[in-house]
Design a protein around this ligand. Structure first.
Ligand code: KG4
Ligand code: ZN
Length: 335
């Protein structure tokens, strides 16, 4: 049987990425991170679209060259169709469609959040049913995964995503975007129990992070009145306390879902799964509760095309192809 080579494209936010996947194995995965947003404290959509246009061809060329597969030997093209920034998605969609049409090969539309879950299957093979906490800059979801393409969102955030909470608190502390990795770094040096921040008690598997964000804002305003350098002088302890609070909220819901559904195969995915505190919390809970835990390799936690490719591969096996008139969608519902 001939090889199944999937060229995968990810461009939903501020990472332009391309990967080549052969028979479900990642041969190459190139990611161009856009530095242009750092000084604005968040992603500027129009600048992201322009950067994708500049990056897409060099990134795809690098991924193909690195894979050792001839571009004429691609079997299908997978791309992120939703959700994300519409202008950014359009760049990846246009490129993928053009490549598919020029090569006369099938086009595969991938849901970004489904791909974050399937990032687990790049190097490991979690058993089904598998429970995944997907935590990124735009989403926070608990997903029940019955099979590769059979997933159900059990609960999600009703306001901010966990990554957004990290980034917004970092901004209040004067740290550049994205602040999540910096909070992680300073938190490792601080006392997580020094400051207490209240959390909203939500029912079922629903999350809320806007309360934490607001309480940190008021706390900093109050402390800065007495001491303008309060945040700088207590940075490690503030970061550790905020991170501790966010992780507590995430782990409480994940544990509730795993217990109620009696699932023993549990993982975390998405950008925030790169957080060392969350990774440790999952490992500790796994030992306590007898879970087999799964954490993707660092480069597969944040946005990357390898996860789009692995999802594309499973869709290819089921012949789930997209029509050429498919359009990207900023907010597509889970399917
Ligand atoms: O999945 P992702 O790369 O993009 C989206 O789909 O949103 O996630 C990006 C988010 C950002 O909010 C970033 O601050 C957060 O992941 N993040 C982290 C860490 N690394 C990335 N948050 C906390 N600790 C980290 N080490
Ligand atoms: Zn993502």
């Amino acid at each position: 049987m001939s090889d199944i080579n999937i060229l995968a494209i990810e461009s939903s936010c501020d990472e332009t990425s391309a990967a080549v996947i052969q028979n479900g194995k990642v041969l190459s995965n190139h990611i161009a991170t856009q530095k242009v947003h750092e000084r604005f404290g968040g992603v500027v959509p129009e600048m992201a679209s322009r950067a994708h246009i500049q990056n897409i061809i060099p990134v795809v060329e690098a991924a193909i060259a690195d894979s050792g597969v001839n571009k004429h030997d691609m079997t299908a093209v997978a791309f992120t169709q939703a959700p994300g920034l519409i202008g950014s998605l359009m760049v990846g969609a246009c490129f993928a469609k053009s490549f598919a049409q020029a090569s006369n090969i099938p086009l595969i539309a991938v849901h970004h959040m489904q791909a974050h879950v399937l990032a687990h299957f790049i190097e490991q093979k979690p058993e089904f049913p598998f429970l995944c906490l997907t935590v990124s800059g735009g989403h926070t979801q608990i997903v029940l995964c019955r099979d590769y393409l059979d997933m159900e969102v059990l609960g999600e955030t009703m306001d901010d995503a966990a990554g957004e909470a990290f980034d917004k608190v970092a901004k209040m502390l004067g740290l550049p975007y994205p602040g999540g990795p910096l909070i992680d770094k300073y938190a490792a040096l601080g006392d997580p129990l020094r400051f207490k921040f209240p959390t909203n008690e939500m029912k079922d598997y629903t999350f809320s992070f806007s309360g934490i964000k607001t309480s940190v804002l008021y706390f900093l305003q109050k402390e800065r009145k007495n001491n303008p350098d309060f945040a700088e002088q207590n940075l490690n302890d503030i970061c550790a306390s905020v991170q501790y609070t966010i992780i507590k909220v995430l782990m409480t819901k994940l544990k509730k879902a795993a217990t109620e559904l009696n699932i023993k195969h549990v993982g975390i995915a998405g950008g925030v799964s790169a957080n060392s505190g969350l990774r440790n919390a999952l490992k500790q809970e796994g030992e306590k509760s007898g879970w087999q835990v799964y954490i993707p390799k660092f480069e597969y936690c944040t946005d990357n095309a390898a996860m789009i490719g692995i999802t594309g591969y499973h869709k290819y096996l089921k012949e789930e192809f997209a029509d050429m008139d498919i359009t990207p969608s900023a907010r597509a519902s889970w399917s």
